[in-house]
Design a protein around this ligand. Structure first.
Ligand SMILES: [Zn+2]
Length: 407
């Protein structure tokens, strides 16, 4: 974080005369205005840094020179350089009139403090806090990582493309996590790559558990197998940092790609480390939540299975009880009928023994709806009643339909 906030660099210059000729300046001043050919004194500031005039800074110098009143600006935006070299910067600055012994204004002393990094860091902290809030309220992981990638891409503003890959539980492969600015074909090709030495920047960083900085994909042996792919996606540099859990296990990788070969600055690496840490938090939180949901689902499934087993057992018991009751009722009916039919003339032996015949004495008469009837032993009668549809104990004393017809 300290690297991200950076040091406040003080720029200083003494100008003389109405033309604001640069008399002396510190190295930070020359570094700020940029360009080798600008690092010289003895020339009017407007000649050295022509872009200042259009932004009102020369007019302000004129005013201070004319009035002798100092001017203070806060967080003043200034664009230094031109074309592709142009960079936006912010300064707190004062224009202080310099006077001779008579009090006449002879020049201006410029003192400025660059606040660009502080502004950038403030912006970054705000974005970072938003991410932490998202993590705290358990927004979906994809949403958090996507937001994070976009945030870094907009913060750095130098064409960086961010990619987050997620490690499989065994740490052997990396899956697509978030890469909103990389082309789909690239993300699809990378999805599922193995971790290992020489597998691009990310596979190697995941394998080593150490940052892997590839400043030029075109020549780096780590990219031998992926160079064509990177070419098609117009990627020239890739710095990858492993995302590690608190226990040191691999959660994924955080990578910053560039479209031209590039060596990272301290700021870039600090930014990557901060966001790799944030990503670790989000992914660990996600894993914990996922584990909780899985455990809950398993517990629910166990409860459901138990309820099903209890219900099935109850059903079996109920059915067994019903069968026992039915059997007892049938036995009672059969006993009553047998007693009633005892006096009726009947065959001596059971007629329900099939071809083999049955040696048991006939005790009960049964009939069916079609008018067949037979006498049998208790066992065969019970079997017939249970197995043959429409068989019933013929109790002739009740009279059947005849009795009904003649009522
Ligand atoms: Zn029998």
């Amino acid at each position: 974080m300290r690297v991200l906030f950076g040091q406040s660099i003080v720029v200083f210059a003494d100008l003389s005369g109405a033309a604001h000729v640069l008399e002396t300046a510190n190295p930070a001043f020359f570094a700020a205005i940029g360009g080798q050919d600008r690092a010289r004194t003895g020339a009017p500031l407007a000649d050295l840094v022509p872009e200042l005039a259009g932004q009102g800074f020369i007019a302000l110098l004129d005013q201070v020179y004319r009035t002798g009143e100092p001017h203070t600006g806060r967080d003043a935006r200034i664009v230094l350089g031109a074309g592709a070299q142009a960079r936006e910067a912010f300064f707190d600055f004062t224009y202080e009139p310099r006077r001779d012994a008579d009090g006449t204004v002879t020049g201006i002393r410029v003192i400025g403090v660059e606040t660009t990094q502080v502004k950038q860091a403030q912006h970054l902290m705000a974005e970072h806090r938003t991410l932490l809030e998202q993590i705290a309220r358990q927004a979906p992981l994809a949403e958090i990582l996507d937001g994070m990638a976009r945030c870094i891409e907009s913060l750095t503003g130098d064409g960086v493309l961010v990619s987050v890959l997620l490690a499989d539980p065994d740490g052997a492969h990396l899956r697509h996590g978030a890469a909103p600015s990389l082309p789909d074909f690239y993300n699809q090709a990378i999805d599922g790559i193995a971790t290992g030495e020489g597998v691009g920047s990310c596979g190697t960083a995941a394998h080593r558990r150490q940052p892997v900085i590839v400043t030029d994909i075109a020549t780096d042996p780590f990219w031998d197998d992926f160079r064509d792919l990177a070419d098609r996606a117009q990627l020239a540099a890739c710095w990858s940092i492993p995302i590690l859990a608190r226990d040191g296990s691999l959660l994924g990788t955080f990578a910053m790609y560039h479209r031209s070969p590039r060596v990272p600055h301290d700021f870039d690496l600090a930014l990557a480390r901060v966001f790799a840490g944030t990503a670790a938090l989000a992914i660990e939180r996600h894993h914990t939540e996922q584990a909780r949901l899985d455990a809950e689902a398993r517990a629910e499934a166990a409860v459901r299975e138990l309820a099903e087993a209890v219900r099935a057992e109850q059903q079996l018991r109920t059915e067994a009880e019903q069968r026992a009751t039915a059997a007892a009722e049938l036995a009672a009916q059969m006993r009553t009928a047998a007693a009633a039919q005892a006096g009726t003339p009947h065959p001596e032996r059971c007629q329900l023994g099939g071809k083999a015949g049955c040696p048991e004495p006939a005790e009960l008469k049964v009939a069916d709806s079609w008018g067949s009837s037979a006498w049998g032993c208790t066992r065969h009668v019970e079997e017939a009643i249970l197995n043959v549809h429409s068989v019933f104990i013929a109790s002739e004393e009740l009279g059947g339909l005849d009795a009904y017809r003649n009522r």
